[in-house]
Design a protein around this ligand. Structure first.
Ligand code: ATP
Ligand code: MG
Length: 565
């Protein structure tokens, strides 16, 4: 039975679109019986919030485990205590859950393995494969050589094993100040791969660790921890980004020397997105410099920022699928991410009307004091979404840019001589308009055709354009924030000698203070997306609304790809 299910899963995987190279390896390993079940992991360092690049790695490792009935671990790679903390751990877990994944293999911390890793180091020393070096970093750097010339051996390289053991234990016992000495793997100072030239594997650092507190004053280097952690957890396929390819021989050397379970590491190209930066270090700088309003600023490429902006987990997963898994790096258009959101919300979001830059529209032949309830369907793509009531009366709000004092034949909105339909309501014809002392139009007068009501139009009048509107008496006042690319340059961190901050887009946030929303939106919940007719997709920002004392909405994305970068 179990076998039959496994077989159908394999067949399923083989139908449809061709498998990417990593999934092909997994399918082959399952077929050949090399593995009964696959076991992957996602290993974030808790030194910042996850970004859309991490989402790609998450969708890959969680997605493959899910699809092939395997396990996936969440492992916090916490070997760098000074930069890591519990707040980041919590945020990372929240983001993964929000994306729709669960770590069915368990939650782990590299710091849980500190004792085991220490023992691994001891056993390397005992084999004559590691030594304590007392040189200063500059000396070691000089001996490293270059990719084309061999390095030279440290004068401490041939210390007796017993002396190394004692020194390493003394390092752990806190007998030496920070940086006094290091433990190095004893491999080959003339190896063609620089990472194999006796890399440092332990350093002395008196730093408080968010989990182990002050238990340790020595910490393993990432390279000494990562591969062994995979091994300890019996990870079958350890999927990581291309920059780790050159580290793989080192991981394999440790595995072989320690004689522990050999996880297979497979590298794929990291995700790069244009008009943004992706490294946590740079994102942290944007937060610390106050350029953005925190890690979850809607302009940030972080999962929490995208969530606040109104992105859905489905859209992010679709985006990651579209980007695909390859061996070669490239830069993905931000527009693809926006496309994925539109694609999801077109089906999923209810419609509503809002006017962002209001001027008055007065229907001069509509009785004063009368209000009628018109109905409008919530989602033409989804009949089950039902409909809602929209009050209609003599005075409405319309969008300033929907009126022109002079217009040609191609203008299908309001202007002298023009006739338009008001969405889900009536056809109206221009009568006149009023200009304020500042020379700006502040009121447009029209007459309506009572027999042109949407759904029961018998007027026979043709109107090419349709405008959105909001009834003035029942409108909700709101602030709406419009976002654009955070950087005006497509590759802000790609200019040698120039700081990426110099390429910030000064217009990445535009606030509309005086917006008018239809009354049904008074029940809107934070984070729930709506399509505002003709304007784009928006969602209420719960936290910001509470802070501001009035509704604050974020525009997630426009209806069409209007980016002209
Ligand atoms: P950053 O440079 O942004 O801090 P990182 O690689 O240091 O990223 P980690 O927390 O160590 O961040 O990453 C966890 C996992 O996410 C790693 O396996 C890494 O390969 C993967 N990852 C990080 N950035 C990307 C990206 N842009 N595209 C795909 N995968 C990524
Ligand atoms: Mg890292």
């Amino acid at each position: 039975m179990a076998d039959a299910r496994k077989q159908t899963d394999l067949n399923k995987a083989e139908e449809g679109s061709p498998l990417h190279f990593i999934e092909q390896i997994i399918v082959d390993d399952l077929k050949s019986g090399k593995h009964e079940r696959i076991h992957t992991r996602f290993p974030p360092e808790p030194n910042g919030h996850l970004h859309i690049g991490h989402a790609k790695a998450i969708c890959l490792s969680f997605g493959l485990a899910e699809k092939h009935n395997g396990f996936v671990n969440l492992r916090f790679d916490d070997t760098n205590p000074e930069k890591e903390n519990q707040e980041y751990v919590d945020a990372i877990k929240r983001d993964i859950i929000w994306l729709g994944y669960t770590w069915n293999g368990g939650e782990f911390y590299t710091s849980d393995y500190f004792e085991t890793l220490f023992e691994f180091a001891v056993s390397l020393i005992q084999k004559g494969k590691a030594y304590v070096d007392h040189q200063v970093p500059a000396e070691m750097a000089q001996q490293k050589g270059t990719p084309t010339s061999p390095g030279t051996n440290s004068p401490h390289r041939n210390r007796p094993i017993e002396e190394n053991l004692q020194l390493f234990r003394d390092m752990r016992a806190g007998l030496y100040p920070d940086g006094h000495c290091v433990l190095r793997a004893r491999i080959d100072m003339s190896h063609s791969n620089m990472h194999m030239r006796d890399p440092i594997i332990y350093r002395i650092k008196r730093a408080h660790h968010h989990r182990t507190g002050d238990d340790w004053c020595i910490y393993p280097m990432y390279d000494f921890a990562h591969g062994q952690s995979d091994s300890i957890e019996n990870i079958t396929h350890s999927l990581c980004t291309l920059e780790f390819e050159v580290h793989r021989p080192l991981y394999e050397w440790f595995i072989k020397e320690l004689n522990i379970y050999p996880s297979r590491q497979i590298e794929f190209a990291r995700l790069n997105l244009d008009h943004t930066v992706m490294s946590k270090r740079k994102l942290l700088r944007l937060v610390e410099d106050g350029v953005v309003d925190g890690w979850d600023d809607p302009r940030m490429p972080t999962i929490s920022g995208l969530r606040r902006r109104g992105f859905t987990p489905e859209s992010i997963r679709t985006f990651c699928e579209r980007v695909g898994i390859a061996k070669r790096e490239n830069v993905i258009d931000f527009s693809l991410l926006e496309w994925a959101l539109r694609d999801h919300l077109n089906k999923a979001a209810n419609r509503a009307m809002a006017v962002l830059d209001p001027i008055k529209l007065v229907i001069i032949n509509y009785p004063e004091g009368k209000t009628e309830d018109l109905t409008s369907e919530n989602n033409p793509e989804d009949p089950s979404a039902g409909s809602r009531i929209m009050p209609f009366s003599r005075e409405l709000w319309m969008e300033r840019e929907d009126f022109k004092e002079e217009a040609n034949k191609k203008w299908f909105r309001l202007a002298p001589g023009k006739t338009v339909r008001l969405k889900s309501a009536f056809i109206v014809r221009y009568v006149d308009h009023i200009t304020g002392p500042d020379g700006r139009v502040n009121e447009v007068h029209v007459e309506y055709f009572p027999d042109s009501r949407s759904g029961s139009d018998t007027s026979g009048i043709k109107a090419k354009g349709t405008l959105h509107w909001v009834n003035t008496a029942t409108a909700i006042d709101a602030e709406v924030r419009l976002y654009d690319r955070l950087f005006s340059d497509p590759t802000p961190d790609g200019h040698e000698g120039l700081d990426f901050i110099e390429f910030l887009n000064p217009n990445s946030l535009e606030t509309k203070w005086n917006c008018k929303l239809e009354p049904s939106l008074s029940n809107a919940e934070g984070g729930v997306p709506y399509q505002f007719t003709r304007l784009g997709y928006f969602s209420l920002d719960g936290e910001q609304s509470a802070e501001a004392g009035h509704p604050v909405w974020n525009r997630s994305v426009t209806l069409k790809d209007g980016w002209k970068g």
